[in-house]
Structures are given as structure tokens and as C-alpha cells.
Design a protein around this ligand. Structure first.
Ligand code: BDR
Ligand code: CA
Length: 321
């Protein structure tokens, strides 16, 4: 049997809005013993907070990780009008696939409180993976900005160096709550916390082509099979608009980065989020030449070894067999 490469174990909080690709990211994390998942927080994004929270429970049950703790977070963005992406992920957020009504509990504690208290109380570094709009993280930061000092790194899916997928300028996660994204990047800069941003330009190269979906089905396990079925109907409009040969696995790139950062190329660049302009709101502004004198830098992913990424995913999902 092949053995997954061993990397140091990471204590991880995952903030997400499942979402088909969030679901795949969660399952990849669950299948990876190198990741110690301290908790999952949910946020309104692809679908409502009620639905993202239900979906997170369904996915934990699918992965047989019912002891994981799921904390429901913010139901709407900080300032802008809420938007959802049911046209991308289906009305139930999981491509219309019907899961049994989840039985595992949702925690009573709010996701923002969990994030804040976990970071304030931990004596060891925590990594934060963000797969949706950054409302929970920014709200916790407003309450206790010093909490970020516990963070080893924030790894987020968001933004685009090229074209966006909501507007010409903006990608969904940053567009859905640009003010939150700006708060998170600014605070990380202030406290010198490393941030990795994996934008559309990279995730659009992590395409679940028909042969890659077939490779998942060939694992002959029900979880890989469910993933392949969800992917069959995922993001059809984005595929057409962007000329992609299958659905892009945006959010699983975050988990793959944590497991095998060598699969990605990154570049350290000054960056911020546009919040004011109605035309380009939510744009990840990258100041390559340092003209804008921005306070902080991000590690922007610019390349991915897509074969290696699908190898990692497929190998990890074998553990569900
Ligand atoms: C991001 O938006 C959501 O629809 C996906 O789950 C992903 O997090 C891609 O733009
Ligand atoms: Ca997401």
C-alpha cells in the first residue's frame, strides 16, 4: 500500500460554506491524519448559514467523523448585501444530492466565539483554513484582534489575479464580503501573520476532468463515488464561461497546500482588497511594483502541480475504502 508523505501534524480550524468544493476539501482534510481538526466553523456564502451548517454535518457523517465539532457562524456579510451561489452549487449546496437528515449535533457556541476563544486560549500555534467569505474571521478579529498572534498561518481560497468569477474583477469569496477580507488581510499584516492566498488563476488549473472523476469512481468506495457524482453537475456555467474542461476544485487546494505545499508555486506580493468602487468591489488588488505602499504582503499562489494535486486527493480518499 502507498503511504501518504508524512508532514508534521497541524492543529487546524476550517471555516467554510459547503458548497460542493468545500465538501471535497472537508473530506480531504478528514482523510489526512496529518491534520488535527480542532473545529469547523460555517458561514453564509454559497448558500444560507442554515444550509451550510446542515451540509457540514452531512459531510462529517459521510466521512464518519461525527465527533468533529461544527460551530455555526455569521448569517450575513459585514456591510454589503448578501449574495449566494446556489446557481453554482445547487439549491441544497451539494449539487442536489440528497443526504440523510444529519443526526450529529451542531454546537451551541457561535462560530465567531469558538474562533476567538480557541485562538486566545491556545498555547500552541493553530493554522486557519478559510474556504468561504471571511465574515466569521473578521468579526472575531474586531472582538479580539490579538487572537491572530496564535495563528501559524492563514491559508485562504479567494481572489483572482486575472478575471473574477462573480464580476470581471472579483472572485466569489472576496466579493461576498469584501470588508471582512480587508479586515483579515490588514490585521494579518499588522501582526505579521503569514497568509497564503490561493486564487482562481490557480484553482482553475485544478480541474476535475472526466478521467480524474473516473479515477475517483475507480476507487470503488462510496465517498469517492459521492464526490464524483457531486462534481458531475458542479459549476457548469463557470466551466462554460471560463472554457474549463471540468469543474475546478477551488477549496481542496487549500487543504492540499497544507499537506503538500511543494505542489504549489507562490510569490510574496503586497496586496489588499478593494471595498469602495462599485465596479471592482471585492477585487484582490496586487501591488506588484510596491507603488501603493500597502502595509502587508501575502504569499500568492501562482502555480500548481495539478497531477500531483489529484494524486494526493485520490490517494487520500482511498482511506475511506
Ligand atoms: C469559491 O466560491 C465558492 O463558490 C466556492 O466554494 C469557492 O470557495 C470559488 O470562487
Ligand atoms: Ca467555499
Amino acid at each position: 500500500m502507498d503511504v501518504l508523505p508524512t508532514h508534521k501534524s497541524k492543529s487546524l480550524i476550517i471555516d467554510c460554506d459547503p458548497g460542493i468544493d468545500d465538501a471535497v476539501a472537508l473530506l480531504l482534510a478528514m482523510a489526512s491524519p496529518q491534520l488535527d481538526i480542532l473545529g469547523i466553523t460555517t458561514v453564509a456564502g454559497n448558500v444560507s448559514i442554515e444550509t451550510t451548517s446542515t451540509n457540514a454535518r452531512s459531510i462529517c457523517e459521510l466521512g464518519q467523523r461525527t465527533a468533529l465539532k461544527i460551530f455555526p457562524g455569521c448569517p450575513r456579510p459585514m456591510v454589503r448585501k448578501p449574495i449566494i451561489a446556489a446557481h453554482v452549487h445547487g439549491e441544497n449546496g451539494l449539487g442536489g444530492i440528497r443526504f440523510p437528515k444529519p443526526q450529529m449535533p451542531l454546537q451551541q457556541k457561535h462560530g465567531v466565539d469558538f474562533l476567538r476563544d480557541s485562538l486566545l486560549q491556545s498555547t500552541t500555534p493553530i493554522t486557519l483554513a478559510t474556504l468561504g467569505p471571511l465574515t466569521n474571521i473578521a468579526t472575531a478579529i474586531v472582538q479580539a484582534p490579538q487572537m491572530v498572534q496564535t495563528l501559524e498561518r492563514i491559508v485562504m481560497m479567494g481572489g483572482a489575479a486575472g478575471a473574477g468569477n462573480v464580476s470581471g474583477a472579483a472572485e466569489f469569496n472576496f466579493y461576498a464580503d469584501p470588508h471582512a477580507a480587508q479586515v483579515v488581510l490588514q490585521t494579518a499584516a499588522e501582526y505579521e501573520i503569514p497568509v497564503t492566498v490561493i486564487p482562481l488563476d490557480v484553482t482553475h488549473r485544478a480541474i476535475a476532468t472526466p478521467p480524474r472523476r473516473q479515477a475517483l469512481r475507480d476507487l470503488h468506495n462510496p465517498i469517492a463515488d459521492t464526490i464524483a457524482t457531486m462534481l458531475d453537475n458542479y459549476g457548469l456555467r463557470e466551466q462554460r464561461d471560463m472554457g474549463l474542461s471540468g469543474p475546478p476544485l477551488h477549496d481542496p487546494c487549500v487543504i492540499a497546500y497544507l499537506l503538500q505545499p511543494e505542489l504549489f508555486v507562490t510569490e510574496s506580493v503586497p496586496a489588499t482588497i478593494e471595498v469602495a468602487s462599485p465596479l471592482t468591489q471585492g477585487r484582490l488588488v496586487i501591488d506588484y511594483d510596491g507603488e501603493l505602499d500597502l502595509p502587508g504582503r501575502i504569499d500568492l499562489a501562482t502555480g500548481i502541480n495539478a497531477e500531483g494535486f489529484y494524486g494526493l486527493l485520490t490517494e487520500a480518499l482511498k482511506s475511506f475504502g
